[in-house]
Design a protein around this ligand. Structure first.
Ligand SMILES: [Fe+2]
Length: 397
């Protein structure tokens, strides 16, 4: 193993993982506190607030002497939502922000926790449009995912969006924004609908593959990405088939999603996420669908481009071959065949879960130039031309 290149691995959240772990939340928050704690609960969908889990949690918080405010977040968080929520609770001396929900709720909570101790608008700190540098001060933050996808419970960034013709997706990012605690309870995922499970699962899969083959990968992220891919493989089909009962399958996917967050935070992402930004900014396409629908074609295009110089790109091709063998559960022993096996396995998987095509969201051939203008191919093992990038989108229109 080549461990000589320098690399940095950021901190990890304190992790509490396992079925039933939500019951530990009050004691985690009250732990070592001298005074009564005040928390701001950021929840996503109405389904969690209407669930028995929420009722049990709020009763337990009250019993533990914890005061809570609750704010629901619908859809992907906008800068306005973060500003308004931070403004509303800034004077309340909040001790913890706790986000319980999917990627949107966790990103909203992460950004709100980062803005409670600051003044002004979060837009000042958003990547690509920043006018100031965030100093990293935040209110302590706990992330509790209810779906298995973005890995936001392990990452240092919150994605904020404005969707429309002049829309954008931009990150609020700082090493300090890695959640202080990630509490992952697969029981909370049993009610996640099948379509969301599929799209979020493919987001996690994309993140694991992109981080694994990234030009910024390290031996440490490689080990975690491979482990994540094994757990994804063990849980994905079972979670789709019997997701409201198979707690082990939910656990496999939840752990894979967590590792996808750890690896993306430390190795970066590739061309699929380079497309997902502008696609999600201009069109109402969920992030997981954008990734899931493009993963197969993007992998095919990248492998084809790498085979233009197979000796020079041997390391990346060996990685793709290894993923192909892992996901298919068998190896041919030949580099080219295992890479082809990966392309075929991904195509079959995307077909099997009926990932929607881009046209479902109103995207046409005429839209491709403006998507390509904003897309990027950062961290990929090979640079793709604009024509090669366009072909990926065209194949999924
Ligand atoms: Fe993603």
């Amino acid at each position: 193993m080549n461990t000589s290149p320098a690399f940095v691995f950021a901190r990890m959240p304190e992790l509490h993982f396992g079925a039933g772990q939500l019951a530990q939340l009050p004691s985690l928050l009250a732990h070592s506190a001298q005074q009564r704690q005040r928390i701001l609960l950021i929840t996503g969908s109405a389904s969690f607030v209407g669930s028995a889990h929420y009722e049990k949690l709020t009763l337990a918080l009250t019993a533990a002497g914890i005061d809570y405010f609750q704010q629901a977040v619908a859809g992907e968080p906008s800068p306005e939502l973060v500003d308004q929520t931070a403004e509303r609770y800034r004077a309340e001396a909040i001790d913890w922000v706790v986000a319980i929900g999917g990627g949107s709720a966790m990103d909203a909570g992460k950004a709100i926790s980062a803005m409670l101790p600051q003044q002004g608008s979060v837009t000042a700190y958003l990547e690509g449009m920043e006018t100031a540098k965030h100093d990293g001060r935040k209110t302590p933050f706990v992330a509790v995912p209810t779906s298995s996808g973005t890995g936001s419970e392990a990452t240092k960034n919150a994605v904020l969006s404005r969707i429309g013709a002049s829309g954008f997706k931009a990150s609020l990012r700082h090493d300090n924004f890695i959640p202080d605690v990630a509490l992952i309870d697969p029981e909370l995922m049993l009610s996640c609908p099948q379509g969301v499970t599929a799209a979020c699962g493919l987001d996690a899969l994309t993140q694991l593959i992109e981080a694994y083959v990234s030009s910024k990968a390290s031996p440490l992220t490689d080990a975690l990405a491979l482990s994540g891919l094994q757990h994804f493989s063990a849980g994905f089909d079972r979670a789709l088939a019997d997701g409201d009962r198979d707690i082990d399958a939910r656990g496999e996917l939840a752990y894979a999603a967590f590792l996808s967050g750890v690896t993306l935070a430390n190795a970066g992402l590739g061309v699929v996420h380079g497309f997902a930004g502008p696609l999600g900014a201009y069109f109402p396409i969920p992030h997981g669908v954008a990734c899931g629908t493009l993963l197969g074609e993007a992998t095919r295009a990248t492998i084809d481009a790498l085979f233009a110089a197979p000796e020079q790109n041997r390391l990346a091709l060996e990685k793709y071959a290894r993923v192909g063998a892992l996901l298919a559960g068998q190896t041919s022993g030949a580099l080219r065949d295992d890479c082809a096996q990966l392309v075929a396995t991904l195509a079959a998987l995307i077909e099997r879960v009926a990932m929607p095509r881009l046209s479902r969201y109103g995207i046409t051939r005429d839209d491709l130039p403006k998507i390509l203008d904003k897309a990027n191919n950062k961290n990929s093992p090979v640079m793709l031309s604009r024509e090669q990038m366009a072909a990926i989108l065209e194949a999924r229109l």
